[in-house]
Design a protein around this ligand. Structure first.
Ligand SMILES: [Zn+2]
Length: 581
């Protein structure tokens, strides 16, 4: 694993392949820390220096004295070749530049942190953060074509996600790699710190336990303790998945669903809506995925939550103050399946809510709090369907996101205190390169027209919700993926259920094209360009688009790092924390 090593404040970008020889300080160099927020300071010293031989200072003064907290020093932590210096749960009240220096013998390392404040200027009472997971520019363009129409190069209208006065490009790379995943990218939005792939609410240190890495406070913890604000987490994925999980969790491993549920219970967001029931059920209950007998449905009920499992129950819960809704054992089905094709798990879960229903219910609960709220809403299967090279499903869920944003805009229009942000957490390698036109005849490759041979598609006019009711038309978008396993593409939508592009071949762990797709008329066999053990498309490092409106939205312009989204949110809310921590 490569790490950023700091050899001096002026050389912040020294990339070290020999990091084992230097101390590593967490938070990492160039961390931006909101004054008063809680975090763990950890320094890893190579080998096993005596505690008396190590020194950690903040702006030249002993770190324990500055933070007023005890140091715990763990020689050869977890039996590994490093010793760990921890000061847990610290806070720095005074804004400014801080230099942290760690010394053992003749070896020393330094990092710089910026502790910022929000100048107490409260502009917004509420923040609604929409995350289109994996939503790239091509998803937005395709959603606009399908739901607004495109004639003579002009659109028939604007998407709600586009029609906002402020826009920025957001860079999404994590602390360890160019291409991020949804855990660390969402964590950047919810904590203001970058971290590594699969991690949320923690820096990735060398600790063995996924629960014992240097923690940083989440927006949920922050606004609840500092302001008594309400928090909502709404998704159409499993509620324990990376993006919703990052609202509450401190975990090195996004797959640790059981502990993420535990973190949800510890933080108690006022609204939690999504899929993913099995990790709430005690081990002895059929369908449970827990390893213990903790019954989280009961715990939440005992804590005063109304628990709902269907859209009908969700609508009937109007007026409740705390709401937990789990509508599917796994992810909630996408819009194309729920509204039109009735595939996926629709027959098993016939009464799942749409994201718009979830947002309406969340706003009903959250807006009861006079102190305001932070609501995160994820359209999460834009990403998942893009992994399965199933662009139609991804784009219908982009339109669903647009409808959900419309609901938020209607809420905000009646007041002047709500910041709305729409952003993706990372991109996929996707593009629209032309149209498939069946009138051209011949093999599918010859039906693909580019440039002057790419006529406008003939999807039917959309219904009132912006969805064309037929996706399998004779002139279709050629929406392509740049990175894929071996697969077959017929240039047509997958009407029988979500695409499975590749399946395990004779060599265990190696993936080959799904021959079912290769048998489709006109299918083109694509030799994969990803490693053989990858069975789906992958994320891209391309910047993503952010749009915003409402008080505080003017902070978004130009190109920003994903950590700046957190900073803009707390600044819009004017969050200040008491110096006493
Ligand atoms: Zn993904």
């Amino acid at each position: 694993m490569s790490r950023w090593r700091v050899v001096g404040l002026g050389l912040a970008l020294a990339l070290s392949g020999a990091s084992a020889s230097a101390q590593t300080i967490y938070p990492l160099n160039r961390a931006e820390i909101l004054a008063g927020t809680r975090f763990d300071l950890k320094v890893e010293f190579p080998g096993s220096p005596a505690q008396s031989a190590v020194k950690v200072t903040i702006n030249g003064e002993d770190a324990a004295t500055v933070t007023g907290k005890a140091v715990s020093f763990v020689e050869r932590e977890d039996g590994a070749d490093h010793s760990a210096y921890w000061i847990r749960d610290v806070a720095i009240a005074k804004p400014g530049k801080y230099t942290i220096e760690a010394t053992a013998g003749d070896k020393s390392a330094r990092v710089a942190w910026e502790v910022f404040d929000t100048n107490g200027g409260k502009k917004a009472k509420n923040v609604i953060l929409f995350i289109g997971d994996g939503m790239s520019v091509a998803h937005r363009t395709a959603a606009r074509i399908l739901s607004k129409g495109l004639v003579e190069g002009r659109y028939g209208g604007e998407l709600a996600i586009d029609d906002m006065p402020h826009m920025a490009l957001v860079s999404t790379s994590g602390s360890d790699s160019v291409v991020t995943d949804s855990a660390n990218s969402a964590s950047a939005y919810t904590t203001g710190h970058k971290t590594c792939v699969n991690a949320m609410g923690v820096y990735c240190s060398r600790s063995k336990s996924n629960l014992d890495h240097p923690k940083v406070e989440t927006i949920s913890e922050l606004v609840k303790r500092s302001r008594g604000m309400s928090v909502g987490v709404v998704t159409n994925t499993e509620i324990e998945d990376a993006t919703p999980g990052a609202m509450v969790a401190h975990n090195r491993l996004r797959a640790d669903y059981n502990n993420i549920v535990k973190d949800f219970f510890a933080v108690q967001p006022d609204v939690m809506l999504g899929g993913g029931t099995p990790n709430f059920l005690p081990k002895s209950t059929s369908g449970s995925k827990r390893v213990d007998e903790d019954d989280y449905l009961q715990k939440f009920r005992d804590a005063g939550y109304t628990y709902v499992q269907t859209n009908t129950e969700l609508k009937a819960a109007k007026g409740t103050k705390k709401l937990l809704g789990l509508f599917n054992a796994a992810n909630i089905d996408g819009a194309l399946d729920r509204f039109f094709l009735k595939k996926g798990s629709v027959s098993k879960f016939p009464d799942q809510p749409d994201l718009t229903d979830q947002v309406r219910a969340a706003l009903d609960v959250l807006s009861q709090n006079e102190k305001g709220f932070v609501l995160m809403v994820e359209s999460g299967r834009i990403d998942k369907y893009s992994h399965s090279l199933d662009w139609e499903r991804a784009v219908y869920d982009t339109i669903m996101l647009d409808n959900a944003v419309k609901v938020a805009k209607e809420f905000a229009a009646t007041r002047d205190d709500t910041l709305i942000i729409v952003v993706a957490d990372h991109a996929h390698g996707v593009a629209i390169v032309g149209t498939y036109d069946d009138d051209r005849g011949g093999p599918m490759r010859n039906r693909l027209g580019t440039y002057a041979q790419s006529p406008f598609p003939n999807y039917p006019a959309p219904n009132a919700d912006g969805y064309p009711d037929k996706i399998d038309v004779s002139r279709r978008l050629a929406f392509v993926f740049s990175a894929y396993p071996d697969n077959c593409s017929a240039g047509r939508p997958f009407l029988e259920g979500e695409n499975v592009p590749a399946v395990e071949g004779e060599t265990k762990g190696n993936y080959i094209a799904n021959e079912k797709n290769c048998a489709l008329p006109g299918a083109v066999r694509q030799v994969g360009n990803l490693p053989f053990n990858v069975n789906t498309g992958v994320h891209a490092a391309d910047d993503v688009v952010l749009t915003a409106m409402g008080p505080g939205a003017e902070q978004f312009h130009g190109r920003i790092d994903n950590t700046r989204v957190f900073r803009a949110i707390v600044t819009a809310l004017g969050i200040t924390l008491a110096p006493s921590n």
